[in-house]
Design a binder for this molecule. Structure first.
Ligand SMILES: [Zn+2]
Length: 398
């Protein structure tokens, strides 16, 4: 994961002299979540004193959400310029929007969509030097609240991460919109969110570990990660059922907050470890990358991390939850053949190259990583014997 762009947090937070890295907490300025809040966007934009907003949204998103959003801006007397998001958070697409908006004198960028659209919105706003407002339409990942974007080539291959000095000024999460999306997205977000506590805990207890901005983890983010995991265990299955029937209830509200807010605060100020290393490495297998979402890959990565930590009972507990909600628990469920030695070696090599794999407390080598992956696979196979694969099959039916 190469670090691109003009803001390099490591330079800001690097340890000086005898002092180690400082603790750094990163968070959006305001987080607003509830049913139908998207239609209140005009009121919320008063928080950034918006008069003229650029709205980054896909053509499909505009059809679904454009009406209430622009009505709301109009009644708040805010001009809006709609920019069509074409589906990839690539430098090309970001630069094209930034160029087109340069002469428009917009005072904020409002990104409405999935992970790639919100990441593109942050990148465009950074180039225009205006605040970014995020309205996620899925709860499938923790991108909305973080101060970084994952960039891709126009063909969709990951090209590294760009960091920003400011977090989103506002994150507005309409749970009515999330409930109308596919259950698989919410469940995938649970996979991404569940990793947070385990990765942050590893970083806290390893004095040499650093977060994605090169800082030490904060106690706040560990506590947030713990609440995040407990919320998922308690409400995850009910929240998935709510989305399956397009219903907003308390379980869904709790899990959307876990997937979107708690997960981001926990990882950004708590740190990443092997779970995300495995998730990144699964993307190197074309079949896995084409057919599976980020959080689904993080789920299996979390089991593999727990095996590396020799926390086998915890791996079984988390794995059972994953199997019950339909997240992958063995490599076959990520479209990877467990007997394909070349694929397994590719995964291990990529995991070893992940910049935060060294946050793990043990000496890292190919054997340790491969033992973690295969151990998780075995645990997952045994769990699917007990729990069955009905939830997984239902989510992957299309
Ligand atoms: Zn993630």
């Amino acid at each position: 994961m190469e670090i691109a762009g003009t803001y390099l947090p490591y330079e800001i937070f690097a340890p000086t002299g005898a002092h180690g890295a400082p603790r750094v907490f990163i968070a959006p300025q305001r987080y607003i979540q509830g049913k139908d809040v998207l239609a209140q966007m005009g009121r919320y934009l008063a928080l950034v004193r918006a008069r003229r907003a650029a709205i980054l949204i896909s053509p499909g998103g505009e059809k679904r959400h454009g009406g209430p959003l622009t009505d709301s801006l109009r009644s708040a007397k805010i001009d809006s310029i709609v920019c069509r998001f074409n589906g990839e958070c690539s430098r090309e697409e970001v630069e094209q929007h930034a160029r087109a908006l340069k002469s428009q004198r917009v005072d904020c960028v409002v990104a409405v969509g999935g992970g790639k659209c919100v990441d593109a919105g942050k990148a465009v706003a950074f180039r225009l030097n205006v605040p970014v407002v995020i309205a996620p339409t899925l709860a499938s990942n923790d991108a909305p609240c973080s101060a970084l974007s994952v960039l891709y080539s126009p063909a969709g291959v990951s090209e590294g991460v760009e960091f920003y000095p400011c977090s989103p000024a506002l994150v507005v999460v309409d749970t009515g919109v999330i409930a109308a999306a596919s259950e698989r997205y919410l469940v995938s977000g649970m996979g991404d969110a569940m990793a947070t506590w385990y990765e942050a805990s590893v970083c806290l207890h390893n004095g040499a570990a650093i977060t994605t901005v090169g800082a030490r983890p904060t106690l706040a983010s560990i506590a947030i990660g713990e609440v995040c995991a407990k919320t998922l265990f308690k409400h995850g299955a009910a929240a998935a059922e709510a989305v399956a029937s397009s219903t907003v209830n308390d379980a869904l509200e709790a899990v959307v907050e876990a997937n979107t807010l708690l997960s981001a605060l926990g990882f950004e100020s708590g740190g990443l470890a092997a779970a995300h290393g495995f998730a990144q490495s699964f993307t190197a297998i074309p079949e896995a990358n084409a057919n599976h979402l980020h959080g689904e890959m993080v789920a299996l990565g979390t089991l593999a991390q727990l095996v590396m930590e020799q926390r086998l009972d915890e791996a079984r507990r988390v794995g059972r939850f994953f199997a019950e909600v339909g997240l992958p628990v063995h490599v076959g469920q990520l479209s990877i053949d467990a007997h394909d030695g070349v694929a397994l070696k590719t995964i291990v090599d990529h995991a070893l190259a992940f910049p935060f794999i060294g946050n793990m407390p043990m000496q890292i080598d190919a054997d340790v990583v491969s033992h973690g992956l295969l151990g998780a696979h075995e645990i997952g196979l045994a769990l699917t014997q007990q729990v069955g694969e009905a939830s997984y099959r239902r989510l992957h039916a299309d």
